[in-house]
Design a protein around this ligand. Structure first.
Ligand code: DP6
Length: 356
């Protein structure tokens, strides 16, 4: 009788928020970036994707399937297919080398995945999503690959996903090779190297973003002159300064690079033709709030950054939690379409940096 056993693996992957942004692809098919980037991985308990991968001969004839937050999602997209293919190839190689292994590579996959935060609202849902997908299938297939090797696969799902394979402070090295084999993530420091780091997410809007990262960055690459300067000088400089700031636990330097890089990224969006605006009036109020917190303290206690959406992420150190969270609820608490999704200040969204 055919083996109808159900093989299963469950994993979570956390959200990462870049402090030096990835924006631009030199190869859209392989998701090879025009610049290196660096992010901080948030704690799993706050913003994460939970994914279960199963496979079984009992699913024969049904094809692969993906349930995202309870709804059937398309698996035929090139990015999902690229991840499935790469993982199956690795499993098939193991099976070819050891005939006692169950033949899982050829079985249909069922993926069930849930986010505990708004999907596609500029909260890095694709990053956590593809990192969890790749990790769950790699666990299901019992692949011996290192996290950096898995980051090569996650990158093909969504560029920023390669960084969510690690906790702590993570760099995505852009690499040089045409096949993308050196465009991978590596941990520059574990969370324990700077355990006081915190992030608060101000959910300005949980709505889906207007221009997706994928198409926005393509338009920027094609039309912005400022972007050329960003990838040539601004980002390499910011990467070097950021790695130094993290190694020295220098929050003022970390904060300045974070804010400058966010501003530079959004300036290239504004320089895109036609222009792309991800930040709105509430986002700009958050920028002013951070400036006022820092001015009042007479030192840098907070740093803002914005991805491809209006939501603010503010980094700060645990010792300054009261002033940062207190000021945000006073200035922005009332009348904002936000603090949504169980992410009120001081509760769920005051995220630790992931410890893994
Ligand atoms: C602004 O990784 O979502 O968040 O590779 O096309 O899936 P694709 O793009 P994605 O872009 C993220 C852009 C960003 C900056 C960052 O996370 O570095």
């Amino acid at each position: 009788m055919a083996d109808t056993k159900v093989y299963r693996a469950t994993t979570t992957a956390p959200v990462n928020i870049a402090v030096v942004k990835y924006w631009g692809k030199r190869d859209p098919k392989l998701n090879l970036p025009t610049n290196s980037s660096l992010s901080v991985t948030l704690a799993q308990s706050d913003l994460r994707t939970l994914t279960t991968a199963t496979c079984s001969a009992a699913y024969a004839g049904q094809g692969d399937s993906l349930l995202l937050n309870g709804e059937a999602s398309d698996v035929s997209g090139a990015r999902t297919q690229a991840c499935f293919r790469a993982l199956r190839e690795r499993r098939a190689a193991l099976e070819a080398a050891d005939s006692s292994l169950p033949k899982l590579a050829s079985l249909p996959l069922r993926i069930v995945t849930e986010n505990n935060f708004p999907t596609a609202a500029g909260l890095a849902s694709s990053a956590a999503g593809f990192a969890a997908l790749v990790r769950a299938i790699a666990d299901l297939y019992e692949l011996p690959d290192t996290p950096s090797q898995l980051s090569l696969i996650a990158r093909q799902g969504s560029g920023s996903a390669c960084r969510s394979v690690f906790g702590g402070y993570v760099a995505w090295r852009m690499g040089e090779k045409e096949d993308g084999s050196d465009s991978l993530a590596e941990q520059v420091a574990p969370a324990s190297a700077w355990p006081e780091m915190r992030a608060v997410v101000l959910v300005v809007s949980a709505a889906k973003k207007g221009v997706s990262s994928t198409s926005g960055m393509q338009q920027t690459v094609a039309t912005s002159g400022l972007f050329q300067e960003r990838i040539r000088t601004v980002v390499p400089d910011n990467m070097a300064k950021m790695e130094k700031a993290i190694a020295a636990q220098d929050f003022a330097a970390f904060a300045e690079v974070t804010m400058r890089d966010s501003n530079s990224f959004h300036a290239t969006c504004a320089d895109t033709y036609p222009p792309i605006f991800y930040m709105n009036d509430v986002s700009r109020a958050a920028v002013r709030a951070v400036e006022s917190i820092n001015a009042k303290a007479g030192r840098t206690v907070a740093a803002y950054t914005f991805d491809a959406g209006p939501n603010a992420v503010v980094y700060y150190l645990e010792k300054d939690a009261d002033v940062v969270l207190g000021t945000f609820s006073n200035i922005l608490g009332a009348g904002v379409d936000g603090w949504k999704g169980g992410v009120a200040p001081g509760t769920a969204q005051a995220a630790d940096v992931d410890a893994t």
